[in-house]
Design a protein around this ligand. Structure first.
Ligand code: GLY
Ligand code: MN
Ligand code: MN
Length: 258
């Protein structure tokens, strides 16, 4: 059963897509709702309203609504702080629909406009997401994939002046320098459970659904950025089940200011 679960049938893919579609609608709703002064729990309430309105069972997992430095607490779920002008807010939530889960993260500016530094970090995370997605193909091996993502992230962290090439040269191979700012895995299987079972040494295969969720966490600058989409491995590549959810920084700003 465990091995079967990792390979999704068409029906399972469609149910996951539906969970992603409802998640998209909730995100579009909060894009119009968030402004300086709202409370994190008010944002959470907007999300669950949209979920229930569309017959989702509820949240697939405890949603993370983390403004400012709260985003540097990886499993922050207190969701009880005020969202302030100038801060980013990290939103990690997904609908459960007919027992299948979506798992999405977006990071947006509370006041509708990224600062230059926030945008620079955002675009690095988006770059790593897009490049990592290209590596998510049938036959890819978990460890190799994660090492390749680590290299992509290392390049970006040097560009952002968070680590130096000397740090990389002197790094401990079992705890590379990039881990200071990106300390979690990039992908997990998704299905009936948000963190679905699959063997670590089993190559990615057609019909797998995995998340792709790079992030950069900078407590000393008071913010973090994570982006997360759900990816279906296909015969000849992959398909982004969240490809229709706004993610380009300028597009996010445009919707928030419309
Ligand atoms: N929301 C849980 C995760 O992204 O893995
Ligand atoms: Mn995830
Ligand atoms: Mn998530």
């Amino acid at each position: 059963m465990r091995q079967l679960r990792a390979i999704k049938s068409d029906i399972e893919v469609n149910l996951t897509q539906k969970a992603c579609d409802i998640t998209r609608d909730a995100f579009n709703r909060v894009l119009k709702f968030i402004k300086p002064g709202v409370m994190e729990y008010e944002v959470e309430a907007e999300i669950i309203h949209e979920f229930i309105r569309q017959a989702a069972t509820g949240h697939g997992y405890n949603p993370i609504i983390a403004s400012g430095n709260n985003a540097n607490i990886l499993h922050y779920t207190d969701n009880n702080q005020e969202c302030k002008d100038g801060e980013l807010i990290l939103l990690d939530f997904g609908a459960e629909y007919a027992n299948y889960n979506a798992d999405m993260t977006r990071t947006i500016p509370v006041n509708g406009k990224f600062t230059p530094r926030q945008k620079e970090v955002y675009n690095s995370v988006l770059y790593v997401l897009n490049e990592s997605k290209k590596l998510m193909v049938a036959g890819a091996i978990w460890n190799t994939y994660h090492e390749q993502v680590g290299e992509l992230m290392t390049e970006q962290l040097i560009k952002l002046k968070l680590i130096s090439s000397t740090d990389v040269k002197n790094q401990n191979p079992s705890y590379p320098a990039y881990k200071k700012y990106f300390m979690h895995g990039t992908s997990h299987h998704l299905g009936i459970d948000v963190h679905d079972f699959a063997g670590r040494y089993t190559p990615f295969a057609e019909g797998n659904i995995l998340t792709c969720e790079p992030g950069i966490y900078i407590p000393e600058e008071g913010f973090a950025v994570r982006l997360e989409n759900d990816i279906l491995i296909t015969k000849d590549g992959n398909y982004d089940l969240m490809g229709h959810i706004p993610i380009i920084a300028e597009e996010i700003e445009e919707i928030m200011n419309a």
